[in-house]
Ligand binder design. Structure first.
Ligand code: SF4
Length: 139
């Protein structure tokens, strides 16, 4: 090898040697610490949905039993009317003004009730102001 070629060769490799020397002498750069995955926080309990207001069912009617139908055979036979003022005084001479179911001994309704049971009409209610020919004075 000639001196020119040696010098040329030196010039060619010098930049690479310098870079290599700098890389070897420079402090190593530590990679950033790995991010440790922390467990996800527990899910926040969802606020319970507001409960819908409780709808109160309407109180059952005072009477769960149907009223006596004035046109039913038993009612016609006894002259029952839902209002004593309509009593057939021609056919039923026993009617006395003011007599009504609420003052009858057979009436099972409570004082003040608009209607109540009567053993002559099972499964039905009679009106407190009703009347029939079987009226008996309450003791
Ligand atoms: S028996 Fe008395 S309570 Fe019964 S329907 Fe006749 S009047 Fe009313």
């Amino acid at each position: 090898m000639s001196a020119v070629s040696t010098r040329r060769r030196f010039i060619e490799i010098m930049p690479f040697a310098g870079v290599a020397l700098l890389a070897a002498c420079s402090p190593k750069v530590e990679p950033p610490p790995a991010v440790v995955n922390t467990p996800a926080p527990p899910p926040v309990a969802a606020t319970p949905a507001p409960t819908p207001p409780v709808v109160q069912e309407a109180a059952p009617a005072a009477s769960a039993m149907p009223l006596v139908d004035e046109t039913a055979a038993q009612a016609v036979a006894l002259g029952y009317v839902a209002n004593h003022t309509r009593a057939d005084t021609v056919k039923f001479k026993s009617y006395v003004v003011g007599n009504q179911c609420s003052t009858c001994a057979l009436y099972l309704g409570k004082a003040g009730d608009a209607e109540g049971p009567c053993p002559l009409f099972p499964g039905k209610h009679v009106a407190a102001v009703g009347w029939c020919n079987s009226w008996v004075k309450k003791a």
